[in-house]
Design a protein around this ligand. Structure first.
Ligand code: NAP
Length: 327
């Protein structure tokens, strides 16, 4: 295994659901980390004193320049999946990320790790009308042309998606979800992304980041219930309902960011329910490749459930118990 010598790493999106664990894992390996964030105060509270912070917006050229100054490697874990940002998805996740890559290459950046979606399929993101999927396709293409040493990590939905759907004693799932969904713990994403950043032998490779198994929501509810020591039921909400709401909301999306966010989230729900079974069936193979390539202890659903029961801020858990972008 080849390792980069003493790289300085910029993490764009280092306060995010996945990014915060990437920062944590890099710091644990003694790597100097800089984080680009729009709010240095809350980033400091979340990440502690160790990382350097550059306050600014990725869409702002001077902020990108300040963040890139003197960096050897770049990790991109930016997402616009929030009510306040969703209208700027193309600008943030597409144009600004591509600008960061181009400017990084002109400065001192040589190594890039890019967090993308599990599977990039243009026709799917077009059919479901998801701006984020479109941006990912474009960035992956730009990377391939960039001349940089890059690795793409196609992330499965966070395992937290199972917990985010629990209300009281019931897991309520629109459409019931697919029979098997690949998911991964944010802890594993952090560890793998940090190792990938420091490796020089993974250039030009795309990995699917997935946990030890792909399971359905009903099975997840049963197993979380066992760990929690209390019954957690499962309820399927007919998919027609969210799809109807999505159709009704669509003409109103130009009027309200919140409605646009609802429209996009319901698109993820549809995407989730139509998760291609052939891709889910390849999850064990993708996971085996991760184990062969990286050195880490995979997080199981039971381990993640114990983390969820402890609540945020416990042990290694930096994260909130909800996930912002499920696919
Ligand atoms: N979470 C999942 O289940 C999941 C599943 C598959 C793929 N992914 C992919 O993984 C990546 C990370 O997703 P995530 O869920 O971890 O994201 P997230 O929790 O929504 O965090 C978003 C991050 O982007 C940063 N950001 C947003 N707009 C910005 C701007 N204008 N300028 C600078 N920073 C900005 C935020 O930083 P500040 O708020 O500090 O500025 C924050 O750190 C994305 O590519 C996403 O598509 C996620």
């Amino acid at each position: 295994m080849n390792a980069l010598a003493h790289p300085r790493v910029l993490v764009a999106g280092g306060t995010g659901h996945y990014g915060r664990y990437i920062v944590q894992s890099l710091l644990a390996q003694g790597v100097p980390v800089r984080v680009l964030t729009r709010n240095a105060g809350s980033a400091r509270r979340l990440l502690g004193e160790a990382p350097e912070l550059v306050e600014g917006d990725i869409t702002d050229p001077p902020a990108r320049r300040a963040a890139l100054q003197g960096m050897d490697a770049l990790v991109i874990a930016v997402s616009a999946m929030s009510p306040r940002l969703v209208r700027k998805t193309k600008e943030i996740e597409g144009d600004a990320v591509q600008a960061l890559l181009a400017e990084g290459a002109q400065q001192s950046v040589r190594r890039v790790v890019y967090l993308s979606v599990y599977e990039v399929k243009e026709e799917i993101s077009e059919r479901v009308d998801l701006a984020s999927g479109d941006a990912k396709v474009r960035v992956e293409r730009a990377l391939a042309r960039s001349g940089l040493s890059w690795t793409v990590l196609g992330c499965a939905p966070s395992m937290q998606i199972f917990f985010a759907m629990i209300r009281g004693d019931t897991m309520m799932v629109p459409g019931g979800g697919p029979p098997a969904l690949p998911t991964i713990s944010a802890l594993d994403v952090g560890e793998i992304a940090a190792q990938a950043t420091l490796r020089s032998d993974l250039s030009g490779r795309r990995f699917r980041l997935v946990g030890p198994e792909a399971i359905g929501f009903r099975e997840a509810a049963r197993r979380i219930s066992r760990v929690a020591g209390r019954p957690i039921g499962f309820r399927r909400i007919p998919l027609a309902l969210p799809l109807l709401v999505r159709g009704l909301v669509r003409p109103l999306t130009p009027l309200s960011d919140r409605l646009l966010y609802v429209y996009q989230m319901l698109g993820f729900v549809e995407l989730l329910n139509r998760f291609p079974p052939e891709i889910a069936s390849e999850a064990p193979q993708a996971h085996r490749l991760l184990l062969e390539t990286f050195s880490y202890r995979p997080t199981t659903l039971e381990m993640e459930a114990r983390r969820w029961l402890r609540g945020p801020g416990q042990g290694r858990d930096l994260a909130s118990t909800t996930t912002s972008s499920p696919a």
